[in-house]
Design a protein around this ligand. Structure first.
Ligand SMILES: N[C@@H](CCC(=O)N[C@@H](CS)C(=O)NCC(=O)O)C(=O)O
Length: 344
């Protein structure tokens, strides 16, 4: 493939381009995608909250974030199984991604400026709009965060929660005693054993943890949110094409929902006369060819894992054990924040 001046202008190192030409590889080929293709599967770092990511009774990983990992495997390999999932603590996972142990984190990582500028990560589209919450023992009789003055609060190390909770108490001029814990099990046990009065984490994570507790009704997730936690796929910087594959894989699920294309009705849509839908589903191959992807990649993703709404409902939606509302996590056309750029 020819190296265009445009590509050069996008900041590829000259020597990298030269090496690419000498090796006869495409100019956009990057180290992460190359390694994935050579290995034949994608390595995904996840967490352990059931609903988001957890192995089922057969040891097969299931969950909202897991399905995006499968969708990626469909884009790269046309096969939803060419992906492996490994859990890693919030403290360990970004360094592990940096060290190359993972190709991507789909683990509820919040996109922040520091993680992008200073730590060298890039983020794909936000897949879940969240906020930091507090899970509190009901017996405390607390209904809002400010009433936790003087409380002992469990925080998971390496999370955005560490700074957020400190900011909150500084802002409200109240005090708290932090107990910083790395391991998730120990973090949850701290609440049940009475070591802490409350836990703070992404509200979604706390809601998922609460239903796993021995006596869920003894605990309440306060309605307040202390922060914005836009959860997005995280990759190492340095491989633009891999990042674009992540971007457009997620967008495919969002765009499919906007079109009303589902796992069940997608074959009907193959007959659509709408030129946008024809391009999206690869009936018109021009888009896929221009992107150097299988023109049917979006079709294959929806066939394999469904559209965004189906992924949400299956794993964490109203009819699942978890019972989350869509809230911000619905298409912009229905009042949410999910918005895919155009497939053209
Ligand atoms: N969004 C926060 C917290 C990340 C986080 O802790 N995510 C949850 C899942 S949403 C998690 O990994 N929990 C521990 C686990 O699953 O074992 C951050 O990026 O720092």
């Amino acid at each position: 493939m020819l190296v265009t001046s445009n590509r050069l202008g996008r900041g590829l190192g000259y020597s990298v381009v030269l090496a690419g030409l000498l090796a006869g590889t495409a100019a956009w080929a990057g180290p992460t995608l190359d390694a994935i293709k050579q290995r034949g599967s994608i390595k995904v770092g996840v967490g352990t909250s059931p609903g988001f990511f957890a192995p089922d009774s057969n040891g097969k990983w299931q969950g909202f974030f897991v399905d995006f990992g499968r969708a990626l495997a469909v884009t790269v390999f046309g096969d939803a199984e060419k992906v492996s999932f490994t859990s890693s603590s919030p403290q360990q996972r970004l360094p592990a991604l940096q060290a190359g142990e993972f190709d991507i984190l789909l683990s509820g990582v919040t996109q922040t400026a520091t993680r992008s500028f200073k730590l060298g990560f890039h983020f794909g589209p936000i897949v879940f709009y969240d906020g930091q919450g507090l899970l509190v023992k009901k017996a405390l009789g607390v209904s809002k965060a400010a009433e936790l003055d003087g409380a002992t609060i469990g925080i998971q190390s390496g999370t955005t929660g560490e700074l957020n909770i400190a900011d909150f108490f500084r802002k409200t001029k109240k005090s708290f005693k932090p107990v910083v814990i790395e391991e998730t099990k120990e973090f949850v046990n701290a609440l049940e054993s009475g070591r802490v009065d409350a836990l703070t984490q992404d509200a979604s994570d706390l809601a998922l943890r609460r239903i796993q507790l021995g006596k869920p009704d003894d605990y309440v997730l306060l309605p307040e949110r202390l922060s914005k936690e836009p959860l997005a796929p995280a990759v190492r910087s340095g491989d633009d094409r891999w990042l674009e594959i992540v971007n457009w894989t997620v967008y495919a699920t969002i765009q499919a929902e906007e079109y009303g294309i589902t796992q069940a009705n997608i074959d009907e849509f193959l007959k659509s006369e709408d030129p946008g839908i024809k391009r999206f589903l690869g009936v018109d191959k021009s888009l896929g060819e221009a992107l150097e992807l299988d023109p049917k990649f979006a079709y294959n993703i929806v066939k394999a894992v469904g559209n965004y709404g189906e992924i949400f409902e299956r794993n964490i939606g109203k009819k699942s054990k978890v019972g989350f509302e869509r809230g911000y996590n619905q298409p912009w056309s229905q009042g949410g924040l999910l918005y895919s750029p155009p497939f053209r």
